[in-house]
Design a protein around this ligand. Structure first.
Ligand SMILES: [Zn+2]
Length: 126
């Protein structure tokens, strides 16, 4: 499953329109891809994509904010972080007071996420 924020609204697999926060899911057998919204992806896959998008919106508004657990797990599963970065994100999650070097690291990781999500068709292993 990939997530992206659409420039133009899309239509969910269920027919619901418009969807802006789009989850692309692929059928493992046929390889066919479909776009679904937050509510449906939760129903189909049990993924709380709404929480992931909440984290993306928060860091887009303030690049020094931390991700939440759902977003960290989601992007880690897609190979966006090294092992060290994953531990760092978990250790610093929710902390507001960080030394400047850690703020800089958090900022760099947040920018990596925003650029990955911004590219339409960002793809994970699934
Ligand atoms: Zn739907």
């Amino acid at each position: 499953m990939d997530i992206s924020e659409a420039d133009e609204p899309g239509t969910c697999l269920c027919g619901h329109f418009p969807i802006i926060e789009i989850c692309t899911i692929a059928n493992r057998v046929t390889g066919a891809r479909a776009e679904v919204g937050n509510r449906c992806v939760k129903r189909f896959l049990g993924v709380r994509s709404d929480l992931i998008f909440t984290a993306i919106k928060r860091i887009r508004k303030d690049i020094t904010k931390s991700l939440n657990a759902d977003a960290i797990a989601f992007f880690n599963e897609r190979g966006l972080f090294t092992g060290w970065e994953y531990v760092f994100l978990q250790d610093t999650m929710g902390k507001r007071q960080l030394p400047p070097a850690q703020i800089a690291k958090r900022r760099a990781l947040n920018e990596k996420i925003l650029s990955a999500v911004g590219k339409r068709g960002f793809q994970g292993p699934d």
